[in-house]
Ligand binder design. Structure first.
Ligand code: 8X3
Length: 259
């Protein structure tokens, strides 16, 4: 017999990296779906502003400043909850686009820390609470970089492969428990910060990533897939959802319009 979907209203959804881009858009979507959203990110002012905006719109939203790589802080954060319905591991990002021959090892380390260890920290700390909810969902927002490589991408690709493996392995290990593990792997998404951060604030280099691409995905396009996957009935596990703009056939095959 199909299990009824528990009402979102009483359920908490924690979103990491909620200060902008996909994280902020996902928090909005989940709030609209009725979840009590908890926004986390390092930038307190941004998550507080979003929490206020969502609250003013009649949703339930709170902000909790958090660095996902700080395990002690993550453990302390977890004590705030008895149960958690949804954890969206979105915090992460890319640094640099150098070839393997010249890439900065510190960038590689930082990417591993944020994309993999950050996801590990939150998942470990909240897994008992997700279990306790009776119907928990862990979402890992990975990337198409977690599935295939491209020149200049190795540091980020390695980290995102790590996030992908974490999701796959966790799903095997906790089967039988009331927690789903969903991986959403977006391709080219144009957000205000992803490419800018990758290129150390160089706006020209950042703009080149999307040059001639008619319609890269937006943060909301990805948030829509996260919300869709999360709101399926509890027995339905969307293991992996790859989402790209129509103009992108693979990580290395992108249609660019020339003027
Ligand atoms: C973002 C996709 O192509 O920049 O996660 O690696 S890509």
């Amino acid at each position: 017999m199909a299990t009824a979907v528990p009402p979102a209203a009483s359920r908490i959804a924690v979103v990491t990296g909620a200060s902008g881009g996909i994280g902020a858009a996902t928090a909005r979507r989940l709030a609209e779906a009725g979840y009590r959203v908890v926004l986390t990110a390092r930038r307190k002012d941004r998550i507080e502003a979003l929490a206020e905006e969502l609250t003013a719109a009649g949703h339930s939203a709170t902000a909790y400043p958090l660095d996902v790589t700080d395990r002690a802080a993550v453990d302390e954060f977890a004590t705030a909850f008895r149960t958690v319905g949804v954890l969206v591991n979105n915090a992460g990002g890319a640094l640099g686009a150098d070839p393997v021959a010249t890439g900065d090892p510190q960038d590689w380390r930082t990417m591993y820390e944020t994309n993999v260890i950050g996801t590990l920290n939150l998942t470990q700390a909240l897994l008992p609470k997700l279990d306790a909810s009776g119907d928990g969902t862990v979402v890992v927002v990975s990337s198409t970089a977690g599935h295939a490589t491209y020149e200049g991408g190795a540091g980020y690709v390695a980290a995102k492969h790590g996030a992908h493996v974490l999701a796959e392995t966790l799903r095997l290990e906790i089967v039988g428990r009331p927690v789903r593990v969903i991986e959403i792997a977006p391709g080219m998404v144009k957000t205000e910060e992803f490419a800018l951060t990758r290129f150390g604030g160089d706006a020209e280099k950042a703009a080149r990533v999307y040059e001639g691409v008619a319609e890269p995905l937006t943060a909301d396009d990805v948030a829509d897939t996260v919300a869709w996957a999360v709101t399926r009935p509890p027995h339905v596990n969307i293991d992996l959802l790859v989402v790209r703009p129509r103009a992108q056939a693979s990580n290395t095959k992108v249609h660019r319009e020339t003027r």
